[in-house]
Design a protein around this ligand. Structure first.
Ligand code: SAH
Length: 451
């Protein structure tokens, strides 16, 4: 039997969805982060449970052929990337396999995914970062990312997934916080001012927005901060203060105050222009989002006569990119600022066949059904937790011919597809989309048709 503190030599033969290596030792499953399938490694066992154990790598005896030298200096210390030590082509195979496995394991559906879609870049592809701020035991302010499975901040000078200029933003903040002794938020005591630095870039138009998330109403030495940010970043379009006084893990509060600029940035996606407010969702990987939207549009199979329901529409992006090929678009989204953006975005792009509703998706679907709306195509793009059964039932009663399900978690996708199958829909195709290279997450889009 394995015991805590044992040292074992083991072959790693697969990988979890979180990028952790998996091997068998005397019949027992052992997980070890930062190992790769094909490694022969010595592990220090740090936890033993009835069905599995967790080990920490002591030594790699034979490295897997999948291995590469991680480029990031804080890889392993930071909880962001899971595949930094694995060749990107191998990561794509692992992610595609996971989508297939989730359909089989969680839904009992045998489906061979279409070839995984990925963009050109596995680095510097993100357009958004939310850096937690914390003080270490000496009171020194740290700005970076959480360590794996914790809320301890690892200072990060330059994340390789972010645009290079985000480093200038965090540099300005580090200096400002340290120079003016700005207090940093402490989750345990719920005291301290500065919680997060949130940066967003419209990569096509080169507009940058910086958002300061605080546990309070205002910041001291504001003019100094604004001056330094503008000085360091010629493309800075807006600076926003976000108040989050709640004792919560959620990064953003509900209230935004514009300190500089107009409070939003404008990007170009699929040849349309989109205003994006700080509280509105926007796909984090611009180029791969275009590939995803093209696939969603192909699955929608539009001829020009369709009513398209775009549930969880954010700033209206998916529906608006389909508007010219459909009769009408109805977008539904719960965040008021995102709906405001969506309405403006339709106008801005000269689209007059789109209507937007600010409501919970499930309630809005019920309301639209009562109104007698019969969508030909429904697009659903929920957060990671997926859809409620209520929503899927209402949707099936509205009887669209096609459902295009866009998902950032293939486990909840598989669960919901199984429900839709029971409600009379056939899963025709699923395409994994690597929206988040190097991290454990993978997007997927699935086409279902009425049986
Ligand atoms: N389709 C959009 C946004 C997808 S993200 C795009 O591609 O950009 C998921 C969106 O669902 C977010 O904008 C979130 O605010 C919204 N949302 C979360 N819960 C919701 C609910 N219960 N009802 C409607 N929208 C919801």
């Amino acid at each position: 039997m394995l015991k805590k503190n044992d040292k074992i030599a083991i072959n790693i033969d697969s990988c979890t969805s979180l990028g952790s290596g998996v091997g068998k030792y005397n019949g027992m499953t052992v997980f070890a982060a930062n190992t790769a399938p094909g490694d022969h490694a010595v592990l220090h066992i740090i936890k033993v449970k009835p069905n599995y154990a967790i080990g920490k790598v002591e030594k790699i005896i034979h490295p897997s052929k999948m291995r590469i030298q991680p480029e990031c200096p804080v890889f392993e210390k930071c909880g962001g990337c899971a595949f930094g030590h694995i060749d990107y082509e191998e990561e794509l195979k692992i992610k595609a396999q996971q989508v297939k496995d989730n359909f089989k394991r969680l839904a009992g559906i045998e489906i061979e995914p279409q070839p995984i879609i990925s963009g050109k870049n596995d680095k510097r592809y993100r357009n958004k970062a939310q850096y937690p701020v914390q003080s270490d035991s000496n009171g020194l302010a740290l700005i970076g990312f959480y360590a794996p499975h914790s809320h301890r901040v690892v200072d990060c000078a330059d994340c390789l997934l972010q645009p290079e200029e985000f480093k200038k933003v965090t540099d300005v903040f580090r200096n400002w916080v340290r120079l003016f002794k700005i207090s940093t938020y402490n989750e345990a005591t719920h005291k301290g001012l500065l919680r997060h630095i949130y940066v967003r870039k419209a990569v096509k138009t080169d507009e940058l927005m910086v958002c300061v998330v605080i546990n309070g109403n205002d910041i001291p030495f504001k003019d100094e901060l604004i001056f330094e940010l503008k000085d360091a970043l010629p493309n800075l379009k807006s600076i926003v203060l976000n108040k989050n006084k709640k004792d919560t893990n959620v990064v953003l509060g509900d209230e935004c105050i514009t300190l500089y600029g107009n409070g939003y940035i404008t990007d170009e996606l699929c040849s349309l222009r989109f205003d994006i407010s700080p509280l509105s969702f926007y796909q984090v990987n611009h180029d791969t989002a275009e590939l995803l939207y093209n696939k969603a549009k192909e699955y929608a199979g539009l001829s020009g006569n369709e009513t398209v329901l775009d549930l969880y529409c954010g700033t209206g992006t998916i529906g608006l990119t389909m508007a010219k090929d459909a009769k009408q678009i109805i977008g539904v989204e719960i965040i008021p600022q995102a709906i405001q953006n969506a309405v403006e975005n339709a106008k801005k792009n000269g689209i007059d066949n789109a209507r937007f509703i600010c409501a919970d998706a499930s309630k809005a679907a019920e309301m639209l059904k009562e109104e007698g709306i019969q969508p030909d195509v429904a697009i659903i793009d929920p957060p990671r937790k997926g859809c409620s059964r209520d929503l899927l039932e209402t949707l099936s009663k509205m009887n669209p011919n096609r459902i295009v399900y866009v998902s950032c978690d293939s486990a909840t996708l598989a669960r919901d597809v199984k429900i839709l199958e029971e409600l009379g829909y056939n899963p025709e195709e699923v395409t994994p989309v690597d929206m988040f290279p190097r991290t454990p997450h993978c997007e997927a889009v699935c086409l279902l048709t009425r049986k």
